[in-house]
Every structure is written in structure tokens, then in C-alpha cells.
Design a protein around this ligand. Structure first.
Ligand code: PHE
Length: 396
């Protein structure tokens, strides 16, 4: 065993000590740690760029799952080793790095991405190669429709849009404005679902505006929205843009709350938006202040390691990896078809983000929460606080 360890280390595997479950080296658990030929699992994520916290949190969650799995002996003594590439938040790069994971690194499965656009790009490659891909957190409906090798462990935007519409209509008022990112399938899709459900509930969309990811100036759109005097502004974008939008909206004198989807979920949003984003709401996969014991146990472990409260991306990354390992244990072999069939058969998997059953569309049906951004102490960046839980109706 020692010979093998030295060989891996000499190859210069970055993060190898933890990834190979060797943290137990010299500790009493040594006898149980995995030491056979490693099984390679890929992750593609935006580790840099305007949504960098998405990729970093997901990576942290995946790495925690791998460490725990390897410390318990891995897959019959074989450790899982992570191969990870940065998509830099770029769609084309996402497709290219998934190609590299499959062709060069020969991973048995791929985890990622967060943003639906990038997962769609990676999924086309994985599906063509017959290698299973699990997105921890992409919610656009089309993602898993790419094919029978593509899965996710989160809810979809058909439900998230419904959850936001119900909350907006019941709690914030019957007149809404829309401001969505037309460059992202996530944002455009979620806006569409919100619109449909809000109208069904009797709400009115007074004005509809759009922008492109990375835009600097939202004055024209926000002026049109201010003139319509909505009760709530639905902004299903990613956190960097939403932070700027909140600042510019308040500067223009708009006082209506903003409401968004899971794309808001980053500590950065509170740091950028500060008091401008306080009192606004978003839907998410969990709230860290919910009492669920499995979630709280994960939060405590994550905090001890990273010194921060994990966002939902970390929890979903952790769940995607653990669900994959569970399927790997049940699969007769790690070949694409066998592994995909085992993932598809997942029932009542105890995730930290909730119980996960993979349905016929290879999606997971789970409740959503609504959180409100509130500062613990005045002047501090606001943080998400649990407000409501919304269960999926049977048809979502
Ligand atoms: N659901 C978003 C998408 O599909 C990504 C996301 C998930 C962002 C969870 C934050 C938290 O693009």
C-alpha cells in the first residue's frame, strides 16, 4: 500500500492526499481507508468568473463527500479521485472540459455544472459519449431532456417558478414587474414559469424587461419598471447582476421588494447589494436556519472545515457526489449504461438537501424554501433567513 501512495504523490496529484482518502494516514482508521486503484470522477464548474462562488461551493461539497467516502473504504477498497476543470463561466469552455474529462481523463461520471446553459453544453458531450452526468443544481427543464445519461438532484424551474408565483401573489401583491437575463436559459425559463403561474393565480404582469449577463447599466429597464408601480419585481438572474440591479433600483427610488430564484444564492449578493437588497426574497433549495438534523450536521461539518455557512450549492454538490457513490455501489459495473441505470433507480436517497428520488424524467422532486435577506446587525451584509416552505404539487 505504501508503494502505491508514494507513486500517486510523486505523480503530483493536486489535492491528492485528501482526494485519495489518505487523510487517515497514521490515524487509527488507516486500516479502513481506500487504497486500491482509484476511480476517476469529473467535476466541471465555474471556479472563476462572475458566478465563481457557485463553482467553488459545489467543489467544496463534492470534495467533502469524496473524503468521507474514501475514509470509509471507497468502492470495495478503491478510492474515488476527483478530476476538476474550471469552465470560467463560459458555455463553450464547459463543453470542451467535459470532452477532456471523458476522452483524456476517462472519468466514469461527470458532476456539474451549476448554470443551466453550461450544463446543457456539457450534457450534450456526456450524452454522446454515453457517460452519466449529474447536475447538482441546474434547474432549467431542458437539461435532463438531453438524454438518458443526464440527471439532476434538484427541483426544476417549472416548480421553482410556481413557488415564486405563489409566494409573490399571496405575500407581496397582485401586480408584478419582470426583469430577466435573456442570455441565460435559466433566467428566461424561470421568468416564463413565473409569468404563467402568477397569471393563473390572478396576478398581473405590468411590465416585462430584460438584460444580458454582465450588463453595467439597468437604468432604462428600471425606469420603465418604476413608472409601472409594481408590488414586486421578479428578477430571476445570477447574483452579481442582481446585486447591481438592487443598487440601481434603490437609487431610482424604487422601494418594492425584489424576488428571485436560486441564482441569487451567494454570500456575495449581500456583500454587493448591502442595504439595497435587504428585505428582498428568493427561492432556494434549503435555508441554513432550518432545523433538519441531517442538514444541520452537514452545516456543522462544513463550517468546521471552511469557516463559513454552506450555501445551497455546497449541499447540492455534496448530495450529487454521495448519490453517485450510492449508485456506483449498486451498479454491476462502472460502465456508462450500467451506472446510468443505477442512478436512474435511486429512491429515497437521504440527501442533506432533502430526500431524493430520481423520477422518470431523471429529475428530483423536492420542496423549495423562500428566504428573506436580513442583516444580523444593522450595516452588516444581509443573509438569507427562512420564511416559507413550498411543497411541489403532484403535477410539478
Ligand atoms: N438553478 C440555477 C441554474 O440552473 C443555478 C443555481 C442553483 C444557482 C442553485 C444557485 C443555486 O442556472
Amino acid at each position: 500500500m505504501l508503494g502505491q501512495i508514494t507513486r500517486w504523490l510523486r505523480r503530483g496529484v493536486t489535492g491528492g492526499v485528501a482526494a485519495l482518502g489518505l487523510t487517515a494516514f497514521g490515524a487509527p482508521a488507516l486500516g479502513q481507508a481506500a487504497s486500491g486503484e482509484p476511480i476517476l470522477v469529473g467535476h466541471f464548474g465555474c471556479l472563476t468568473g462572475s458566478e465563481a462562488t457557485f463553482g467553488i461551493s459545489t467543489s467544496n461539497g463534492i470534495r467533502m463527500a469524496i473524503e468521507e467516502f474514501n475514509a470509509k473504504g471507497g468502492l470495495g477498497g478503491r478510492p474515488v479521485k476527483l478530476v476538476e476543470y474550471d469552465t470560467r463561466g463560459d458555455d463553450k469552455e464547459a463543453g470542451a472540459v467535459v470532452q477532456r474529462l471523458i476522452n483524456n481523463d476517462k472519468v466514469v461520471a461527470v458532476l456539474g455544472e451549476v448554470a443551466s446553459n453550461r450544463t446543457l453544453a456539457g450534457a450534450a458531450v456526456a450524452q454522446a459519449a454515453g457517460i452519466p452526468l449529474i447536475s447538482p443544481s441546474s434547474t432549467n427543464e431542458r437539461v435532463t431532456a438531453v438524454g438518458d445519461k443526464i440527471f439532476r438532484v434538484c427541483f426544476i424551474d417549472q416548480f421553482q417558478g410556481y413557488a415564486c408565483a405563489v409566494f409573490a401573489h399571496n405575500e407581496l401583491g397582485g401586480n408584478a414587474a419582470l426583469l430577466y437575463d435573456q442570455s441565460q436559459s435559466y433566467s428566461a425559463g424561470l421568468a416564463e414559469e413565473f409569468k404563467k403561474n402568477y397569471a393563473k393565480l390572478g396576478g398581473k404582469i405590468l411590465v416585462e424587461q430584460s438584460y444580458n449577463r454582465g450588463a453595467a447599466d439597468f437604468t432604462a429597464q428600471l425606469t420603465a419598471i418604476r413608472n409601472a408601480k409594481p408590488d414586486v419585481i421578479f428578477v430571476p438572474g445570477y447574483y452579481t447582476d442582481v446585486g447591481s440591479i438592487s443598487i440601481q433600483a434603490r437609487r431610482l427610488g424604487i422601494t418594492a421588494p425584489l424576488l428571485g430564484g436560486d441564482g441569487w444564492d451567494s454570500d456575495e449578493l449581500g456583500r454587493i447589494g448591502r442595504e439595497n437588497i435587504e428585505g428582498s426574497f428568493y427561492s432556494n433549495h434549503y435555508a441554513a436556519d432550518q432545523p433538519d438534523p441531517r442538514l444541520q450536521d452537514f452545516i456543522a461539518k462544513y463550517k468546521a472545515k471552511h469557516g463559513a455557512i454552506p450555501d445551497a450549492l455546497a449541499g447540492l454538490g455534496y448530495d450529487s457526489a454521495n448519490l453517485l457513490f450510492d449508485a456506483m455501489k449498486r451498479a454491476p459495473s462502472q460502465a456508462g449504461d450500467a451506472l446510468a441505470a443505477a442512478i436512474a433507480a435511486t429512491k429515497d436517497f437521504p440527501g442533506v438537501t432533502g430526500s431524493i428520488t430520481i423520477n422518470a424524467k431523471r429529475d428530483a422532486s423536492k420542496p423549495a424554501v423562500i428566504v428573506e435577506l436580513q442583516a444580523d446587525t444593522p450595516g452588516q451584509p444581509p443573509r438569507p433567513r427562512f420564511v416559507a416552505k413550498i411543497d411541489p404539487p403532484t403535477d410539478k
